[in-house]
Design a protein around this ligand. Structure first.
Ligand code: CA
Ligand code: CA
Length: 413
């Protein structure tokens, strides 16, 4: 089969498709692409995603403004309030964009520590909430042993450079395969560090990790990193007292929560959980109010459920179904790319206050009005092939990132 690399990669997960398609020079956005215009219902047997047409002219007044070209960019972030942009490159570098220019010298280069097999690489980073004072930042990468690694670095005397000698290992988790490596780090509004770990790879969670509270794979974890290395367990973690459970677990039943985020205004949590062979999903937990994070201890269902469909036997106690589910077969979805609740008010109606997300194989940027139950979603006119991530800068402006190189800001026309 001439396209087997691409097709089979679609069936599995986020970065493998990129490797197959980028390295082999194939297009993953061919074929059953949905076209980007207002769409018909895209949902399979798991239940329909509610489709809306473009609501008004205001929603069309947003464009992709190119920030620059990078070497396999995987993420963008910045310390809160900072005007610079930090772009993470898969092979292990972090680049600084300052005054509209990409600085020649990377902020950090750990390419000697990082492997890029399968879905591996340097996959995201997070600045400590008190970065201005502490100078601490965290990176998420796959190390030479294939382990998921969260490491801390410290800013150097040059604010545009981290100190490469300041590395401390915060957390290191064995992972047996080259897919479902997770990849997201985020500080929640509670000041704690969250990370999303994939289920251990293969297909169908063969090791049955995601429903097993005694394992870290297939989980969203929450830790309190210690500046000298390692971490403490936060007092409010839901399984802290449960025998046989890992105290780091915040939520479970996840296949590959490759991208998740907190709403910078409300604290609501949104997870893009990459599907198996049928359904791509967005999970959503609203904030209890006051800018707080949602209560932990939720079960998102995998591998008993894929989207709203039954997947394997067994039970998933308290299963929280997704608010958005896209059928892979109808619309060309292969690996959902979770995004951000947009708080950039300059984008105006139809964008501000909506959740932006997309897919690796379907280039259409989508927006949704998140709520419990089933959330309405629509395709926009914006397209980013090989979409690998969204990002948010220090002022809450939102970016879309293509692994092909370009990073774009969502900007008003
Ligand atoms: Ca299984
Ligand atoms: Ca699920």
């Amino acid at each position: 089969m001439p396209y087997s690399g691409c097709v089979s990669a679609r069936r599995h997960a986020v970065l493998s498709a990129l490797i197959a398609c980028v390295v082999l020079g194939l297009s993953c956005s061919d074929g059953d692409d949905d076209g980007g215009a207002p769409m018909a219902a895209t949902e399979g047997a798991g239940g329909a995603a509610t489709e809306r047409a473009e609501p008004d002219a205001a929603a069309r007044r947003v464009r992709l403004l190119k920030l620059g070209n990078f070497d396999q960019p995987t993420y963008l972030t910045a310390p809160r309030g900072d005007r610079r942009r930090f772009v993470v490159e898969r092979e292990g570098r972090i680049r600084v964009v300052k005054g509209g220019r990409v600085l020649d010298t990377p902020f950090l280069d750990i390419s000697d520590l990082v492997i890029t097999d399968g879905e591996s690489g340097l996959l995201s980073m997070a600045f400590a909430p008190d970065y201005e004072r502490s100078g601490l930042l965290y990176v998420y990468y796959i190390d030479q042993q294939g382990f998921i690694t969260i490491a801390q670095f410290r800013r150097s005397s040059d604010p545009d450079r981290a100190d490469p000698g300041s590395r401390r290992t915060t957390m290191r988790v064995p992972h047996p395969r080259s897919n479902h490596k997770g990849g997201q780090l985020q500080f929640g509004p509670d000041g704690l560090l969250y990370a999303g770990f994939g289920d251990g790879g293969g297909g169908g969670d063969p090791d049955e990790n995601a429903q097993n509270l005694g394992r870290l794979l297939g989980k969203l974890v929450r830790i309190d990193p210690r500046p000298g290395g390692g971490y403490a367990i936060p007092a409010g973690n839901p399984y802290r007292e449960r025998s046989g459970a890992r105290a780091e677990v915040y939520a479970y039943g996840l296949r590959n929560p490759y991208r998740f985020s907190f709403d910078r205004r409300t604290g609501a949590l949104t997870i893009g959980d990459v599907g198996q062979d049928a359904v791509e999903e967005i999970d959503y937990l609203p904030s209890p109010g006051g800018g707080r994070v949602p209560r932990g201890g939720r079960n998102f269902g995998w591998d008993v459920f894929e989207g709203r469909n039954r997947y394997e036997g067994g039970s998933a106690p308290g299963h929280v179904p997704p608010v958005i589910a896209h059928s892979q077969d109808r619309g060309g979805f292969c690996s959902v790319i979770g995004g951000y609740e947009i708080r950039d008010r300059s984008l105006g109606r139809g964008w501000s206050g909506r959740y932006v997300y997309g897919d690796l194989c379907n280039p259409v940027i989508r927006v949704a009005a998140l709520r419990r139950g089933r959330a309405p979603t629509r395709g926009t006119r914006l397209r980013v092939p090989n979409l690998v991530s969204f990002g948010e800068d220090g002022r809450g402006r939102v970016y879309a990132i293509s692994l092909d190189g370009p990073v774009y800001r969502l900007a008003r026309r």
